[in-house]
Design a protein around this ligand. Structure first.
Ligand SMILES: [Zn+2]
Length: 304
């Protein structure tokens, strides 16, 4: 079983990317107008397709594949996925659209930033432009009397969209609200370079202002206490930024800054052994996300 019901006509699909559970999921609204949120990466499209079959979804009934952003783990698989879905259109931010039409540059930069993790996610396939709906905001009818509202939440990426659903007042933040680690019930920054702190904080204010009751994390799963989590994430980002700024000012290495973050952030302190032992998270959380804050700190220093 890949699918789990999390609402009326609403399911989470465990993509088990690279064989890892609780890493990446997609979401499916079933009914006469099927809508998916996140294709996930190319390598786990077969899992998502199996999930759709498990849910008795007819491929021709899928109208939308909404992707929060085009990073490989969120929208990378959209090109492969829509080959199964003859009527589906992909909803994406206009700045992400060129990378879906021609993924070569995105793939090259992902290989540089992510290393072996890019290979775990797989190379994206191109999407014909006429199958893409570029939006910075918009409201989509997802059937059963429900709507999905898109809005911009940049910072993690220059083109991150969030989607708010009208059935349970939940929000899909993409990577704008961090990575939720369900094993511990905590959120950790997801901030690879180039990371824009001020934009990320403004996006969190925007997410707080729509007052969601739940968050549907792409990494990973449904989490309650949405507003409280968003507020705590703001504080956590600020803490990491302060440490990175101070560390960069003292010419400290990535390892030194990382160790300070682990020592001073109570969430990281709690889960550090789990993260260190996790082949993907050890690379993303303890390396790329720290690097993102260092990138931000260097830019901030340069603009002073
Ligand atoms: Zn992600």
């Amino acid at each position: 079983m890949h699918t789990k019901q999390i609402g009326k006509n609403f399911y989470q699909v465990e993509l088990e990317t690279g064989g890892f559970k609780n890493l990446i999921c997609s979401y499916v609204f079933t009914g006469e107008k099927v809508t998916l949120v996140e294709s996930g990466p190319t390598s786990s499209v077969p899992r998502l397709v199996e999930g759709l079959i498990e849910l008795d979804v007819k491929f021709e009934d899928v109208q939308y594949v909404a992707v929060t952003h085009v990073h490989l783990d969120h929208g990378g698989g959209a090109g492969t996925l829509i080959k199964y879905l003859p009527n589906a259109k992909v909803i994406v931010h206009p700045k992400g659209m060129p990378h879906l039409v021609n993924p070569e540059r995105l793939w090259a930069s992902a290989q540089t930033v992510l290393g072996f993790v890019a290979e775990v996610f797989g190379k994206p396939e191109p999407i014909p432009q006429q199958r893409i709906i570029p939006v910075t905001e918009g409201i989509f009818d997802v059937g059963n009397g429900g709507k999905l509202e898109a809005f911009e939440t940049i910072g993690h990426a220059s083109h991150n969209l969030s989607f708010q659903e009208s059935f349970g007042n939940g929000v899909f933040p993409g990577d704008a609200a961090g990575t939720y680690v369900p094993e511990f019930g905590v959120v950790v920054p997801t901030t690879p370079p180039p990371f824009y702190l001020l934009e990320a904080l403004a996006s969190l204010d925007k997410l707080i202002s729509v007052n969601p009751s739940v968050l549907y994390f792409s990494h990973f799963g449904k989490a309650d206490n949405a507003v409280q989590r968003l507020k705590e994430y703001k504080v956590q980002l600020q803490l990491w930024a302060d440490i990175a700024k101070d560390g960069v000012g003292k010419s400290q290495s990535l390892e030194q800054i990382r160790d300070r973050i682990v020592a001073e952030d109570k969430v990281m302190k709690q889960i550090v052994n789990f993260v260190k032992a996790h082949p993907i998270y050890s690379k993303t959380m303890l390396e790329n996300c720290v690097r993102g804050f260092m990138w931000y700190a260097i830019q901030a220093k340069g603009s002073q």
